[in-house]
Design a protein around this ligand. Structure first.
Ligand code: PGA
Length: 254
């Protein structure tokens, strides 16, 4: 059975102390309130990773992730952070291909394929984001865009490597806008993604791949979204900055 995951993406929010208090609230609530087999992932800025990983020790329901990693192993890349470094502080996941990285930092599918390889090589599990813009949806290109992002970003992987990938469908028009995809719109794309995975890697791997929905997900809309057969959890931006909201979304799977 595939894993149910709710991942928080703090983006560039929370100074060091704010992040630590938010995370300790999350851990305490998850410990007392979350009963199922779902996993919560908190993807913080780099500065928090080590401390959060220490705080999360012993609670296997809560693990830590980064929001980006460089494609190179190491070297003269001032200001960058490598996958090996991220893994060495105890993070398990890394978000790759978030639309903000694609849009503001010019990350292409080809670059993201390299980042994915390096992350996997160093034991990180990528949460690989895909999704169309509003213009692409309105001109009916969304299926093609998703297919290209999959083909160029992750379908070069061997089966053994692909099994460590979590996918996140995040329609760009729904991110931080308060405009969620309807559960039907999201399910339609998730089902399409699973069909594409099956065509490439076979039914079993497709059935075992966790596919998250992201984009203005809240405690209010999460139950309906997560009830869809191909939606296995969420990637949560804004609502992950409030411990109560984040944990309520994690608890949807209770
Ligand atoms: P949002 O962000 O929940 O604030 O829309 C989601 C994301 O960017 O991952």
């Amino acid at each position: 059975m595939r894993k149910k995951i709710v991942a928080g993406n703090w983006k560039m929010n929370m100074d060091y102390n704010e992040g630590l208090s938010l995370f300790s609230e999350v851990i305490n609530m998850v410990k007392d309130e979350v009963t199922g087999s779902q996993q919560a992932v908190v993807c913080s800025p780099f500065i928090h990773l080590h401390s959060l990983a220490q705080m999360a020790k012993g609670y296997h329901k809560v693990v830590i992730g980064a929001q980006n990693a460089h494609q190179a192993e190491s070297g003269a890349y001032t200001g960058e952070t490598s996958a090996k470094m991220i893994h060495s502080v105890g993070a398990e996941y890394v978000i790759l291909g978030h639309s903000e990285r694609r849009q503001y930092f010019g990350e292409t599918n080809e670059l993201l394929a390299r980042k994915t390889d390096t992350a996997l090589k160093h034991g990180l599990k990528p949460i690989f984001c895909i999704g169309e813009t509003l213009t692409e949806r309105e001109s009916d290109q969304h299926f093609d865009i998703i297919k290209t992002q999959l083909t160029e970003g992750v379908f070069h992987l061997s089966e053994a490597h692909f099994e460590h990938i979590v996918l996140a469908y995040e329609p760009v028009w729904a991110i931080g806008t308060g405009k969620t995809a309807t559960s039907q719109q999201a399910q339609e794309i998730h089902a399409f993604i699973r069909i594409e995975i099956a065509a490439k890697y076979g039914q079993e791997i497709a059935a075992n791949t966790t596919i998250l929905y992201g984009g203005s997900c809240t405690p209010k809309n999460a139950p309906e979204l997560f009830a869809q057969p191909d939606i296995d959890g969420g990637l949560i931006g804004g609502a992950s900055l409030k411990s109560r909201d984040f944990v309520d979304i994690v608890k949807v799977f209770n």
